[in-house]
Design a protein around this ligand. Structure first.
Ligand SMILES: *[C@@H]1O[C@H](CO)[C@@H](O)[C@H](O)[C@H]1NC(C)=O
Ligand SMILES: *[C@@H]1O[C@H](CO)[C@@H](O)[C@H](O)[C@H]1NC(C)=O
Ligand SMILES: *[C@@H]1O[C@H](CO)[C@@H](O)[C@H](O)[C@H]1NC(C)=O
Length: 146
């Protein structure tokens, strides 16, 4: 009788431990799944540069910064969608351009969850870890996208 009771208690304790452990695992997993990438842009144009970045659900707002100043925002990667895309407009004296500043596929090799860009008049250049140095891109040709 008492042996049965102990057995029952042990079972209860074990299932409680299993329950708590699985809760913790779910917690850790969901935290691990929320991956954030920082996108940092430096103004390398000899003019104040205004930028406006957004994706489908978020809008970083219109922000103006001086030459050599940096601006950054955080991209939260949704593990359930293959595509994460942030589009930015860039405006300065006499010019207005657009560019996909964060593309989950293209930018997967960013420096340890930070994508580092220099914004030049000719287009944005991404700093790449390793031997490749920087990779420069052209402005988006689709002018109508804003
Ligand atoms: C930001 O706002 C200013 C003032 O309305 C505008 O002239 C500029 O084109 C905007 N910049 C971008 C990148 O949308
Ligand atoms: C890339 O990441 C490493 C480690 O976090 C850091 O030391 C280095 O400064 C980064 N590179 C650039 C260009 O910021
Ligand atoms: C360097 O560039 C090559 C060719 O474009 C690419 O295959 C490789 O993944 C790049 N390496 C890094 C560390 O980004």
């Amino acid at each position: 009788m008492s042996a049965l009771l102990v057995h029952k208690n042990v079972l209860l304790l074990m299932s409680l431990i299993t329950y708590v452990t699985s809760l913790m695992m779910v917690g850790v997993m969901s935290w691990g799944l929320i991956v954030k990438t920082k996108v940092t842009m430096t103004n390398k144009i000899s003019e104040p540069l205004s930028i406006h970045c957004r994706d489908t659900f978020n809008d970083d707002g219109n922000y103006t910064f001086e030459e050599r100043e940096k601006h950054h925002f955080k991209v939260v990667l949704n593990p359930f969608t293959a595509k994460t895309l942030w589009y930015c407009s860039f405006g300065w004296k006499g010019a207005f351009h657009g560019f996909d500043i964060y593309d989950k596929k293209r930018d997967k090799n960013c420096n340890n969850s930070e994508c580092i860009w220099d914004i030049f008049q000719e287009g944005p250049c991404r700093f790449d870890p390793g031997d490749n140095g920087t990779t420069c891109f052209q402005w988006d040709k689709k002018k109508s996208r804003r």
